[in-house]
Design a protein around this ligand. Structure first.
Ligand SMILES: [Zn+2]
Length: 284
């Protein structure tokens, strides 16, 4: 078996479909919902592209999506890709009570089990906004990692419980726990670049400008840092549009052309990173 290249790229796809419009944006019209209906169209374009380059990716799937588009979710599974948890109907955990958060976690697990027979070990918070109950809840349900925070760029780190902060006292670090954070970043997410949201996001950026940013983030990792993982976040309903699919293809080709780089699913990278490490605080 060959050694994995030291630089890895994790392509991640949040298959929100209808759920983000219902759960996060309180959709009131079929028109708004139809943005999500494009999700499975995107999935059917993304899967052959990944196959062409021999890439295993990670798809974070809300339970609501699994029930709405079971064939697409099973096609993701059958392509050998990892399926992670992404809420029930894309709820923001910060807006839920701990009991409600537990309920939606269980409902998401149940739907993924029912539709695809999978039990995820990875979690990504809808809206990338964990509550203080999220990490303990994930530990309780056997998750290996979560991917919603931004404390590093190219290196995973350990999640913590019990951080305390205020405007008057010094920051108190909580206890590092056996849950790995695989960090994300807004500029490595297709949503704010491309999606139009009236009064909030202009959307519609030229794919070439986003490609430039993503390639530069990768090049810094590859040429200067030399070891680590770059996590890119996409949504089938956004990246699946033609101009952006061509951009994704170019990004993949750039990574594939570099000597010390490869592609990884999130869980594969996390399993590799965990070896020989135990929970600890970040360097201070
Ligand atoms: Zn999402």
């Amino acid at each position: 078996m060959t050694q994995k290249p030291p630089v890895q790229v994790a392509l991640t796809f949040d298959f929100d479909a209808y759920s983000t419009w219902i759960g996060s944006h309180n959709a009131t019209s079929p028109s708004m919902l139809s943005r999500g209906e494009f999700g499975p169209v995107g999935v059917r374009r993304i899967l052959p592209l990944l196959e062409r380059f021999g890439i295993k990716a990670t798809f974070f799937v809300p339970g609501h999506t699994a029930l709405a588009f079971p064939s697409a979710v099973c096609a993701i599974r059958d392509g050998g890709h990892e399926i992670g948890h992404h809420g029930w109907v894309h709820e923001n955990p910060v807006l839920l009570s701990p009991d409600e958060e537990r309920h939606v976690l269980l409902r998401g697990l149940e739907a993924l089990e029912q539709v695809a027979g999978v039990r995820p070990t990875g979690y990504r918070s809808p809206a990338w906004d964990n509550s203080s109950a999220t990490v303990p809840l994930l530990l309780e349900h056997g998750f290996e990692y979560e991917s919603s925070m931004m404390g590093h760029d190219y290196e995973p780190y350990w999640c913590r419980v019990g951080d305390a902060w205020s405007k008057t006292e010094a920051f108190e670090f909580g206890t590092p726990v056996d849950l790995v954070e695989l960090p994300v970043a807004w500029h490595l997410d297709d949503f704010p670049h491309f999606e139009f949201m009236a009064g909030a996001l202009p959307g519609g950026r030229a794919p070439s400008s986003v490609l430039e940013t993503w390639i530069a983030e990768f090049d810094y990792l590859h040429d200067r840092v030399g070891e680590g993982v770059l996590v890119v976040t996409m949504h089938p309903q956004i990246i699946g549009r033609g101009s952006r699919m061509l951009m994704l293809e170019q990004f993949i080709a750039h990574v594939a052309s570099r000597p010390n780089a490869g592609f990884t699913s999130c869980i594969d990278y996390v399993s590799h990173w965990r070896q020989g490490r135990t929970p600890s605080l970040p360097p201070r």
